[in-house]
Design a protein around this ligand. Structure first.
Ligand SMILES: Cc1cc2nc3c(=O)[nH]c(=O)nc-3n(C[C@H](O)[C@H](O)[C@H](O)COP(=O)(O)OP(=O)(O)OC[C@H]3O[C@@H](n4cnc5c(N)ncnc54)[C@H](O)[C@@H]3O)c2cc1C
Length: 443
């Protein structure tokens, strides 16, 4: 049995480790076009913000550790073609420039995603970055250590844009966030929640909504950002306008994909091509609530599906149970999390629904650090089964979303939250937790 994996980060590395444990005698070879393996990009905003200084903390396993487990890692090797009839791949050795062929019994495509780079004038100027891999993080961090870099513009107010904005403020930069849409985090949260987040962001940065970045000014290095509404000074720019699956070369071989290029697999992680599997940020996932294939490129899904595919390529039979889109972020003083469907997504799915919105406190008033919390829950209008939930506020807000995720996963109704036995101690909550209250006031 020979397993070939393309891509050595969250999905590819998880798959290799699980395949090794499942089939001790299999040949497992990973081709990775960069010089990095098993890298957790989620730490990058915190690395840039000086929360820690050693970039190796973001690497979970070194190439030597893989080799020790009998997993061959070929760094700086790019897979440039797949021949599904002869089960052969063509690989370019990026050091020597030579191409060679290799064959597989099972193949995993774990090639991740690329940042979306909108077409903007003078994009080639120095100090304009996207943030995806370790090299991006190192380059941004190096530039930011220069005290002359004072004004930084972040283009896009999604998860990465807002996390990096917080880090930039902690480095004492003047930060301006420019967002094309009318709200921050528009794809992930409803307005009741983004209103709270925006109010907090405005205490730390300039937030421009409904404004389109058109390009940049500068000689060799960026000096200004041009938008449809103005011209703003910028010593550095970070473009964080989302990601798209890195799946272009697989279109030609007839792999089924969503419109955005996300590869479609079955619950075992197999594509429509025999013995070709896919996992991670290049794939679509089955959503348990909407029962549709969705693109949610997160480390949570990449690790889980990677592990499942690793087992299945090695002869196992483990089904991916689906996603419910649970995710969270911290932006300045606010923790925010979401799970299931937002109100917009429920509308799109044409599910009859009701909502309940509750404003409360995270814990007892006589313990330092009491803050406001807002929770919005969406439930089925007839069955009252919970379809989605979002929570934002101070300490303890984001992790409450895991409770909601469990409720949604288990098809609980909104009414069951009313008397659910949640913990209470003054530093953590109040005798009636915000989720108990949501259950009791839901009409
Ligand atoms: C700044 C940032 C913060 C994030 N924060 C979070 C978070 O808090 N929570 C969360 O859940 N997720 C977060 N994510 C998302 C998470 O990092 C990704 O979901 C995860 O890294 C996806 O892993 P992957 O293995 O699918 O893809 P990738 O990490 O993109 O790896 C794919 C690999 O494939 C290689 N490759 C591509 N094409 C080829 C080829 N033809 N030949 C050989 N090799 C190839 C690439 O070089 C790359 O190394 C964050 C991402 C970023 C950038």
């Amino acid at each position: 049995m020979k397993i070939i994996i393309i891509g050595a980060q969250a999905a590819g590395a998880s798959a290799a480790a699980k395949a090794r444990r499942t089939a001790p005698d299999a040949t497992i070879r990973i081709y990775e076009k960069s010089d990095i393996v098993s890298f957790g990009a989620c730490g990058l905003p915190y690395f840039i913000g000086d929360n820690f200084t050693d970039p190796n903390e973001m690497i979970s396993r070194t190439p030597e550790q893989f080799q020790k487990d009998g997993i061959e890692i070929k760094l700086l090797h790019e897979v440039i073609n797949i021949d599904i009839n002869s089960k052969k791949i063509t690989v370019k050795d990026l050091r020597s420039g030579q191409n060679f062929d290799d064959n597989y019994d099972k193949l995993l495509i774990a090639v991740g995603a690329n940042p979306i780079n909108p077409i903007l004038s003078n994009r080639q100027l120095k100090n304009i970055f996207t943030l995806r891999d370790l090299h991006d993080g190192l380059a941004i961090k190096k530039v930011l250590t220069n005290p002359d870099i004072k004004n930084v513009v972040v283009v896009g107010a999604g998860y990465i844009g807002l996390e990096i904005a917080e880090s930039l403020v902690s480095l004492k930069k003047n930060v301006r966030i420019i967002q094309l849409d009318e709200r921050v985090l528009i794809e992930s949260f409803d307005q009741q929640i983004t209103d709270v987040i925006e109010e907090n962001i405005k205490q730390y940065c300039d937030l421009h909504l409904q404004e389109r970045v058109q390009g940049f000014e500068g000689e060799h290095i960026v000096t200004h950002v041009i938008t449809n509404k103005g011209l703003y000074p910028a010593d550095a720019v970070i473009i964080a306008t989302g990601v798209k699956p890195n799946s272009d070369i697989y279109k030609n071989i007839g792999i089924n994909m969503l419109g955005n290029g996300a590869i479609i697999t079955d619950s075992l992680g197999q594509t429509n091509i025999a013995d070709v599997y896919a996992a991670g940020d290049c794939v679509a996932l089955n959503h348990r609530v909407s029962q549709s294939m969705v693109y949610i490129p997160l480390a949570t899904g990449a690790n889980k599906l990677g592990k499942i595919v690793g087992e299945n390529m090695a002869g196992g039979h483990y089904e991916y149970p689906g996603t419910i889109g649970t995710s969270a972020l911290k932006t300045f003083d606010i923790e925010a999390g979401r799970t299931g469907l937002t109100e917009n997504e429920v509308k799109k799915a044409q599910i009859p629904y009701k909502i309940v919105v509750v404003k409360d406190k995270n814990h007892s008033n006589y313990v330092a650090g009491q803050t406001s919390v807002i929770a919005k829950l969406i439930y089925h209008a007839d069955t009252r089964v919970i379809l989605g939930g979002q929570i934002a506020g101070g300490s303890g807000s984001a992790l409450r979303v895991n409770t909601l995720a469990t409720a949604i996963w288990s098809h609980l109704s909104i009414d069951e939250l009313t008397m659910m036995d949640f913990l209470y101690a003054p530093p953590f909550s109040r005798p009636w937790d915000i989720l108990n209250i949501a259950g009791s006031i839901a009409k």
